[in-house]
Structures are given as C-alpha cells and as structure tokens.
Design a protein around this ligand. Structure first.
Ligand code: AGP
Length: 604
C-alpha cells in the first residue's frame, strides 16, 4: 500500500531523509515513487515508475540542503503505474505539491469542475484533484486555510500531505481514515504513514486521529479536528527496536520472520498464561462481554481469515460456542444478521485493511460488540473496535504474513480456552501446555532443513493441491495462499474427503499434492485420501504428526513432534511457510515484495 513521508525543518536535507524514509516503507508494497522539495518559490520534483532504484538516479536533479519536502511510494489504484501517475502531484503553477494515500471517491466530478475552470491535469489519478483544488482555494497564500476548504470537498477514505513553495515552513497533513503519524524532532518534524519511516531520527511521535488536520512546522504541531476545534494528541515514545525492522542477517524478511516465531510466541503468551489458567483480563475482552456471547462472527481477509477458520474450530470444539467466519469483503455487503449477543471478532495484522474496518463499522451500527485481534498498536482497527487484544508479533515486513498469522492462532487459542473454562469445559492440561509451544517451535524449525530440497522439486510445478481435514484443511488453505502469493504457483486447497466428488479427475501422473495430517481422529481417513491420489499417480508431500501410528507411503515426508492437535496449528504452519519460501527462492521470485500485492490493503 502507498507510503507517505514528509520533512519540515529550520535547516537540514529533506532529500536524504525522504529517500531513506521511503526505503523503510518499501515493505508496504509499491509500484512507483517520488519526492518533491520546496525550493526558491517552486516545487522541484523527481518521480518514476518502478522501485526506488529507478528513482535514485533522478534525485541528482534535485537541490540538496532544502529543509521542506514530501515523498511517496504508490500502489496503483486509479491509473496505471506510470511516471506521470506517480506522486507527488502538483498544481498548474508548480508551487503546490501533495502526496496521498487512499481513495478520493468523487474525484471525477471534481476533476471535471476544475478542468472547466481551466486547470490542466497530467495524470489519471484521483490524487491530482487535491493540488488543483488547493490552487483554486489560494493554497499559496494560506495553505492551511485552503486545505480546510479542500477537505470539505473530498469524499472517501484517505490521508494526504500538502506543501507550498510559497510557504516553505510548513506541511499540512490530513487524516481521513488512512493512518498518519507525526515524528517529533528538535527544530524539525516528520510526518509518515508508518513510524518506521522516521524511527532512526526520533522515537517521539503522535498519532493523528481520524478527521484531524495538522499544521506541522519545524517547532510545532497544531492540530484541528474535523469541526475546526484545536485538539491535543498525546505524544508517546515508540518502543520498537529498530533492529526488529531489519533483516537480522537473513536473505529475506520473510525467512527472518519465520525463524523468529518461537520468540514472538513467547511475547504473545507472556503475561497471559500463568500455570493452568489464562489471565482473562489480558485478553482485552471484559467479563461483562464474555458472559453474554451467544455466537461469534469472525471477519478478516487473506491469511487473517485463515486464522479465523482455525479459531472457529478451536472455539466450537473447546467452548461449544457457534462461530461463523466471513471474508470481510463479502461480509460488509451481506446485510448480516447481528445482535448484541453476537461478538464480531475482527482479525488483522495491519489493523488498516479497508474491508475489515468496514465490517467492524457495520457491526457497530447493527449493535454488535466488536473485538479486534490486531498486531499493529494504535492502528485504526484497534482504535475503532470496542475491545482489542494485540498479537505482539512485532513489525512484519514481508508481504507474506507468517509470524502475524501464528500469533493470531495463539491468541485465538487462549481466547477459546478461556471461554471454554467459563462455560464449564476447562482444559487446564492444554493451558499448561501452551508454554511448551516456543520450545517445540524451535525444535520443528531446526528439523526442517530437508525442506530446501523438497521445495526444489515443487518449484518446477505450475499447479499444486493442498489437502487436509478439519483444522488441517484450514491450515491447507493458508499453505496454498502462501505458495500462490510468493512462488506464483497456482494452488488449491481442498478438504481431503471431498476430492472424490469431482476434483479427483484432475489427479494424474505427477500431480503435486501437499497433505496435512495432524488430527489424530481423522488421520486414518486422510490416509485413505492420500492413497486415492497416490493410486492415480500423484506425487505427495505429506506433513504429519510423528506420533501417529500410520505408515505414510508418500514421496516426501515431514514428521513433526506435535502436542495435542488443538495446540498444533502454529507448529504445523512452520513447514508450510518454509515450503512456500524455499519454492519461491528456487524460482527466483521477489519473496518479500511479491508482484501485484501490498502489505496493507487500505483500499476496497
Ligand atoms: C497474507 O500473506 C497476505 N499478506 C494477506 O492475505 C493479508 O493477510 C490480508 O491482506 C489481511 O491483512 P491484515 O491482516 O493486515 O488485515
């Protein structure tokens, strides 16, 4: 998703900061980038389609030592990824520049109006209406006043920064849904869509609230609410370790994030599991809500949705609470049946996924309590839900979600165990065993060296099936998404017992099938399904619980030392993640930033 960065100082080199800041936002996924500086009464601009390496040589045309500028990484929504569509965008005179995240829904009508007034547009973007409107409302004379006028004209969910070369001491920042954070320095301030952009410069920050308009100068941040009242947003200290956002010696962020899972599981369990009980207060959902739950509706997207599928199985089996799981982009338009007894549980790594946010907003309108399982502290979802629990996975940089997913699984497990205990189905044996997971995770990761070669074989394929039953099917769903998104191999997850109802016709000599078998109750059944595909020539990669008594007549076998199947999903996810990772590496793909994808999908 698009990234925003801004610099305003009494002195200093905005250009160097902006380029470094954009590099730190690369993980969000983008297809073009650009920087604008306010210099000598005009905006100096460099922008290009492609990665920052394409932009870098163009920066030689920009002046050094200019203390006001804005930068952007764009993920195309309106208009193809081209040089002209890249941000920043400017007005007709080239004195005002803006960068923008999100969508201006009424841009076509505004564009027609501005063209009729004589403005000239050079891009296909929705963004370009902003600098032209600012020009029309006198932004060169009073940038803040013009921004206030302009944001009254815009519909949509967005954030933008505006500068004018005629007022070179200020950035005006607007937040309408998409996140914006101000980094506080000495004689310099920064604005970004993500704290990571300015972390090497300052750890003091404040988060703009929805509707805020901020006048950011080198020494001050003046914030107005949507209604125009002055507002105070409390500064806080960012406690992320910058090293957490670096690769830590691994070839890719994804591999680093896979390998650090046992550590983040410890962080996730910390303070929440004590002996044989869960510290319910640490799950963020008060007893007054927990006791009223009659039904749970999970909403999420992508990997988070797959975590929800596992969560459903856990909560139904352990707590005997009925749970539905919906893809957020569908749920928001389904006119769902909700009531105060239905807890709407939203799961999201970023906390900024537009469809998930809209689902929560709808749930609140319909009177259902909302509860978010989120990784990103201070994210919109965390702030707009009634209750929140954080997964504590740390910053996840690779687009493919790994550690965020498994910490979601752990939080859902803790929640299921707590709800079970409160409904008379306590499983203190499972609660006690939760703390064995980090060590088991280390063991599993240490045992998976052979996956590198197993993946080499898979890397030559173009289609693969993932099969399992019950929770193993939910894991298969996640396994197939991982290999699609980073290895670009078509994959399909199927309930193993359903194959014979049609899909078995596709199995022929050499068809790759990844089978997951951790559920002891259904292991024999899944083995039969494996034999069915083997009999038709399939090549099978099987991931199985080493404690199962069966023989596995497969081509590639991974045995995992697993605890109870209800505690195993996070462990079983590890070989699925590594299989996808190494397959992508063997195919030479851009593992951390797969094509067409973004880390945080803040548009519908
Ligand atoms: C998974 O690897 C993807 N990055 C994607 O499916 C992701 O899980 C989805 O877009 C939801 O994102 P969120 O968790 O930030 O809401």
């Amino acid at each position: 998703m698009c990234g925003i960065v801004g610099f305003v100082g009494h002195q200093g080199d905005a250009l160097t900061f902006l380029f470094e800041g954009l590099k730190r936002l690369e993980y969000r996924g983008y297809d073009s980038a650009g920087i604008a500086l306010a210099t000598n009464g005009a905006v100096a601009l460099a922008k290009a389609q492609g990665k920052l390496a394409v932009l870098e040589p163009l920066l030689g045309t920009l002046p050094r030592g200019v203390p006001l500028g804005i930068g952007h990484t764009r993920w195309a929504t309106h208009g193809r990824p081209t040089d002209l569509n890249a941000h920043p965008h400017t007005d007709c005179r080239g004195t005002i520049a803006t960068v923008h995240n999100g969508i201006i829904e009424n841009y076509q009508e505004l564009r027609s109006e501005l063209i009729a007034q004589g403005h000239t547009f050079v891009s296909d973007t929705d963004t370009e209406v902003i600098p032209h409107l600012l020009e029309a409302y006198g932004g060169d004379e009073d940038l803040l006043g013009a921004v206030r006028e302009v944001e009254r004209r815009l519909s949509g969910a967005y954030a933008f920064l505006a500068i004018s070369a005629k007022q070179p001491d200020r950035i005006v920042a607007v937040r309408r849904s998409s996140p914006l954070i101000v980094g506080l320095g000495e004689g310099v301030n920064y604005v970004a869509s993500d704290v990571g952009a300015f972390l090497p410069k300052t750890r003091r920050a404040l988060v703009l609230e929805n509707g805020d308009v901020a006048l950011v100068t080198p020494d001050a941040v003046e914030i107005q609410t949507q209604e125009g009242a002055l507002a105070h947003r409390a500064p806080f200290t960012v406690d992320w370790d910058i090293k957490q956002a670096e690769r830590g010696g691994y070839a890719h962020f994804m591999l680093k994030e896979i390998m650090e899972q046992p550590d983040v599981w410890t962080d996730c369990l910390m303070g929440r599991v004590r002996g044989d009980h869960i510290e319910a207060g640490e799950l963020g959902l008060p007893w007054s809500q927990r006791k009223n739950i009659r039904r749970i509706q999970i909403v999420a997207a992508g990997t988070a949705y797959h975590a929800g599928l596992v969560g459903k199985a856990l909560m139904e089996r352990l707590a005997r609470i009925p749970v539905d799981v919906a893809v957020a982009s569908e749920f928001r338009y389904q006119n769902p049946v909700l009531d105060p007894g239905t807890l709407v549980l939203a799961i999201s790594q970023s906390g900024e996924t537009a469809d998930t946010l809209a689902s929560v907003s709808l749930a609140r309108q319909l009177g259902a309590p909302t509860y978010a399982v989120v990784n990103t502290v201070g994210s919109t979802l965390a702030r707009e839900s009634d209750y929140v629990v954080y997964t504590h996975a740390g910053p996840e940089i690779a687009v493919a979600s790994t550690k965020a997913y498994t910490t979601q699984l752990l939080v859902l497990t803790m929640l299921a165990l707590q709800l079970a205990a409160e409904r008379g189905h306590a499983r203190s044996d499972l609660v006690r065993a939760l703390w064995s997971l980090p060590a088991l995770g280390e063991q599993v990761l240490a045992s998976l060296g052979k996956i590198v070669e197993m993946a080499r074989r898979l890397a030559t394929e173009s289609d693969v099936f993932y099969v399992g039953r019950g929770i193993d099917y939910a894991l298969a769903m996640e396994g197939q998404l991982k290999i699609k998104e980073i290895a670009y191999i078509h994959a399909e997850a199927y309930p193993a017992g359903e194959l014979k109802h049609g899909t078995l016709a596709l199995i022929e000599e050499g068809t790759p099938v990844v089978a997951i078998v951790t559920d002891r109750v259904m292991a024999e059944k899944t083995l039969s399904n494996i034999l069915e595909v083997k009999a038709r020539g399939a090549e099978v990669w099987a991931i199985v619980d080493a404690g199962l008594p069966q023989e596995w007549p497969v081509d590639h076998l991974i045995r995992l030392d697993l605890p109870d199947p209800l505690l195993s999903p996070a462990l079983t996810a590890l070989p699925l993640q590594l299989l996808a990772y190494w397959t992508a590496v063997h195919r030479g793909q851009d593992v951390d930033q797969p094509r067409n994808l973004a880390k945080s999908v803040t548009v519908e």
